[in-house]
Design a binder for this molecule. Sequence first.
Ligand code: PMP
Length: 305
Amino acid sequence: MAMQYPEQIWFNGKIMPWRDATVHVMAHAIHYGSSVFEGIRAYDTPEGAAVFRLTDHLKRLYLSAKIYDLPIPYTLDELIQGTRDVIKANGLGKCYIRPVAFRGLGGFGLSADCPTDVAIAAWPMGEYLGHAVTETGIDAMVSSWQRFAPNTIPAGAKAGGNYLSGQLIAREARRLGFGEGIALASTGLLSEGAGENLFLVMNGELHTTPVSAALLNGITRNTIITLAKANGYTVVERDLPREYLYLCDELFMCGTAAEITPIKTVDGKPVGNGERGPITAQIQKLYFDLVQGRAPDPHGWRERV
Ligand code: PMP
């Protein structure tokens, strides 16, 4: 289905019509993947729309930019305000928000000091991996593509170029009829999904792969670790071999877009009994109650629009 574009966008400091926010075809980022970005969600809550962990996402944007020496010519407060402005300008409540900063037009060399362009878009978005999948779960496969090796492309930056890897993993999975692909690191150990971190449930404990396994240190991952620990779960960050995907009791993916999506099968083998497990369901409840304003927010993560 074609995307319905929103009317307004924030581009280089101002709200403007969506169609006017254009860049030159010779912009550096188009050729070399030199962009950093974020994916953020706002939810309707009883107190009005709230952006979940907006400040933490934007801080990660600056850290991704730092790795690539990409100056962002706006302050954190300006980007927070820009996010609020673009949500309001489009009359949105629940939505997905995409800030992106990239090297624009200004030189063709790899190390050219091009001016940085910055945009913030927001649009309505439901479930990322398909209708009702947060309840029904998805079928996943282990990708034939591995993630980047250490000290090649930094997985800890959320940079445009990294998503060539993500596209290979996601497109292979879709082509073969799976809901999502799970990648191994160059070590052969488990890494993460094309755009999601992984949690395995074993003997009532939550196990998640470590940042050394070529993954993005997800904010949803951090939220789940925080919620699970506060609710008495043991959470272990550890290297995990592939076969634990087949041995674990429950398995789910998480990310801002994917939220918490149970995995029913991996490579055609059922995970547990092949349905969303009870611990996954409980973690989902804790998460959705928090983001949708039904639970207390001790960390101030719901940031009002
Ligand atoms: N890994 C990758 C590769 C991602 O693109 C994302 C989504 N940003 C995640 C993990 C999850 O990160 P977060 O929870 O911060 O959205």
